[in-house]
Design a protein around this ligand. Structure first.
Ligand code: AMP
Length: 393
């Protein structure tokens, strides 16, 4: 078990928190402040318990001086200050005598945000390459390190993994919540346990399928990835998305788990994503130009039937090209069925969260995980480096 923020006496301490303040910003204006709000619990806990706070975060990718202009955390500093209702100091430097001085002068209740950690990537990839001199410098600024940036836990960077080599460390509330929800649903011994996989390609999710298929009772496969499985069974899938390099993997899965894997029996097809013409076809009726873009109505019923008595569900990826109104029905119907029937469901990994938001169902599930890549790797059964590096209890 890893140490948590609540395992430490933080009174009079300078707590360095790695937050995920990677919010969308256009022309200096924050488009969505969800991630800033999600960071408040851990920051406020520190302030309420007599600590001062130093915040590290990345914002976007920084590959050029041009990126530096677009990706300054300064607008985040202004918004954070509004949300906390107190001044937030800002360091334009990621490493300097001035930053050291600012940290030395912090008093109880002070909050300091350091500029985008990835500015250090212009200096020889120091942040993303986990440069230990940089990590040691950041560690020297405070007394305790807290990792609250779940979305980057699958990365070993200087500001999460490197820094924890030089300081006592613990997990913040956001990471604790994500991990406990994931652990709970993965390890609970209730059945039927159903996994729903969708999204674009099989190749991105091979390890998740391998890890979950032996544990679940049913694996329902929709989305683009279904056509690679169907191709492995020799169906003509026309122009549908097929991941040729994964066909052998699909054959192996179908041989070993034929009783568990449930594939679409019909699809909504079109000859082009740009066309406004589409129709439903059984999967043995495709012609060479058909592109499967959503699961059909028979498949929706088949999947619902397999979900009827489910005690827990993990859903990873949409059932079709849900961004297009013509192909949103499968994803919406399955999500609404899970919500309406109060089936304990964790949604996460890849792009699943945007579909939940599109259908206004964000508050209808046991958990909607915020970390795309991090959740995918957690579901693969990996220990995420940003969590593995934290001090043990
Ligand atoms: P992922 O990030 O792997 O969860 O993939 C999400 C993407 O898969 C979405 O942008 C969907 O538009 C896409 N997708 C879902 N179904 C299909 C399909 N049948 N053909 C092509 N792309 C699809």
């Amino acid at each position: 078990m890893k140490k948590k923020i609540t395992d430490y006496d933080i009174k009079n301490k300078k707590v360095i928190i790695r937050c995920d303040l990677n919010v969308p910003i256009k022309d200096g204006i924050i488009q969505d402040d969800t991630r800033i709000r999600a960071s408040l619990e851990t920051i406020n806990y520190c302030l309420d318990n007599g600590a001062s706070v130093i915040i590290l975060s990345h914002l976007g990718k920084v590959k050029s001086d041009e990126d530096k202009k677009k990706n300054s955390l300064y607008p985040v500093c202004v918004r954070l200050s509004e949300l906390l209702g107190r001044e937030v100091l800002f360091s334009h430097d990621t490493r300097s005598d001035n930053l050291t001085r600012m940290c030395n002068n912090l008093k109880i209740g002070d909050v300091l945000l350091i500029e985008n950690t990835r500015f250090e990537d212009l200096n020889g990839n120091k942040e993303s390459g986990c440069d230990l001199d940089l990590a040691k410098y950041w560690a020297s600024l405070g007394d305790l390190f807290i990792n609250d940036a779940y979305g980057t836990c699958h990365r070993a960077h200087a500001s999460n993994v490197g820094i924890s080599k030089y300081l006592e460390s613990g997990l913040g509330f956001l990471v604790i919540n994500e991990v406990s929800k994931l652990d709970n649903i993965i390890n609970e011994d209730t059945h039927p346990y159903v996994v729903i996989m969708g999204g674009a390609k099989v190749v991105d999710k091979i390890k998740v399928i391998e890890n979950l298929v032996s544990k679940c009772d049913k694996l329902l496969i929709g989305g683009g990835m279904a056509y690679t499985f169907l191709k492995a069974l020799d169906y003509n899938v026309g122009n549908s998305l097929v991941d040729t390099e994964s066909i052998d993997f699909c054959k192996r899965m179908l041989d070993s788990y034929q009783d568990k894997i449930v594939l679409p029996v019909d699809s909504v097809v079109s000859e082009s994503l740009d066309s406004d013409k589409c129709l439903e076809k059984d999967i043995n009726k495709f012609n060479d130009l058909d592109m499967g873009l959503d699961i059909g109505s028979k498949t929706i019923e088949l999947f619902k039937d397999n979900l009827k008595d489910a005690k827990r569900v993990i859903m990873n990826g949409p059932m079709g090209v849900f961004e297009n109104k013509l192909y949103e029905n499968g994803t919406r119907e399955i999500l609404e069925y899970l919500a309406k029937n109060n089936i304990k469901t964790l949604i996460g990994g890849g792009d699943s969260v945007s579909s939940v938001n599109k259908f206004n169902l964000a508050n209808s599930f046991y958990h909607v995980s915020t970390g795309g890549g991090a959740t995918l790797e957690y579901l693969e059964g990996k220990i995420l480096p940003g969590i593995g590096a934290i001090s043990d209890e």
